[in-house]
Write a protein that binds this ligand. Structure first.
Ligand code: C5P
Length: 317
């Protein structure tokens, strides 16, 4: 509760988290599973515009088949001909990023969410049965590699059809592609290749691990305490992708509203505050950064759970 209030004010820090979440963070820092070696600075004074500009410089990047080992595997022909960065000739005017937070239940935001030109959803988050609260439109879905590693469910589920898909897998901080290909965190490659061959018209990209870790660098660079040495959550990655593709981005329940709850996802029964405030992912800090970039008032944030950001095309850096 204390951390949520502090987030509304833009002042959250790890010592506001429960003992368990603080311990989880310490343990990941000790293990450093992705071999993160950050040598940059840590400051926390950049204003809204500066933060947006710093993120804008981290060009959206996907595996395009020009680098090894993907070049020799023929991925130049496998990946979509149209790069994600050029998905649109002009940006979408309005976009919605729908996190999977339990707080969306009973939000009645469905109609508002569906009124956007493009809607981004995450992983296996369904809309059927939850339309009143999360809407029914999906334009893009970001999926982590766990979803692809379970290739049977991925291949059969309608959640992953007739939309643009973006997959990601963290690998290590050095983002060495040869090592990544031979030992991904979860093997996303076979299901990717299979879907590209069976549905070549579906736009389906894999985010470049260097892009993921550049976002992590920006996070750490703007927080004056050590953040978890683990990749940002799908939510933060998705927000940055949409800032690249849209003029205006409405983000739902990333900064938790008064509806905040221990319910992890609106679509299941699991309760854990880690889903909202982070254990593995540096989620508290991702939220703090989004809080610092939004012009939305504290009342609007806490009452509606909607943070509004200007897309990169709208800012001059
Ligand atoms: O759990 P999952 O990664 O599928 O959820 C999608 C994203 O929604 C997360 O990466 C996180 O950024 C956001 N989320 C949240 N609060 C929750 C659950 C998810 O902010 N309670």
């Amino acid at each position: 509760r204390q951390a949520v209030h502090a987030l509304w004010k833009g002042q959250a820090s790890a010592d506001m988290l429960s003992f368990r979440l603080q311990e989880a963070k310490k343990s990941y820092t000790g293990i450093n599973p992705h071999n993160v070696t950050y040598t940059g600075s840590m400051v926390a004074q950049r204003g809204t515009q500066d933060l947006l500009c710093q993120l804008k410089r981290q060009q959206l990047r996907t595996v395009d088949g020009t680098e090894e080992p993907f070049a020799k595997l023929g991925w130049r022909q496998l990946v979509p001909g149209k790069p994600l960065q050029q998905l649109r000739d002009t940006p979408y005017r309005t976009c919605a990023v729908v996190t999977s937070a339990g707080a969306l239940l009973r939000s009645s935001l469905g109609k508002e969410i569906d009124s956007h030109d493009a809607v981004l959803r995450f992983n296996a988050a369904p809309t059927r049965g939850f339309e009143d609260h999360v809407g029914s439109k999906t334009t893009i879905r970001i999926i982590n590699s766990q979803i692809l590693a379970d290739s049977y469910h991925f291949a059969s589920s309608s959640l992953y059809k007739n939309i643009t898909l973006l997959a990601w897998d963290p690998t290590s901080y050095s983002a060495n592609l040869e090592k990544w290909y031979s030992k991904p965190d979860y093997d996303l490659f076979p299901a990717y290749v299979e879907r590209r061959r069976s549905s070549p018209s579906q736009l389906f990209y894999i985010l470049h691990p260097a892009f993921i870790w550049h976002l992590w660098d920006v996070l750490q660079n703007n927080i004056d305490e050590d953040i978890q040495p683990n990749p940002p959550s799908s939510g933060f990655i998705g927000i940055i992708v949409m800032l690249s593709l849209c003029e205006k981005v409405d983000i739902y329940e990333f900064i938790p509203s008064r509806r905040h709850t221990t319910l992890c996802h609106y679509y299941d029964y699991y309760h854990d505050m880690a889903c909202t405030l982070g254990a593995y992912h540096p989620l508290l800090y991702e939220k703090l950064l989004v809080r610092r970039m939004t012009e939305t008032s504290m009342d609007d944030l806490s009452n509606n759970g909607k943070a509004v950001l200007s897309g990169f095309s709208q800012i001059t850096c």
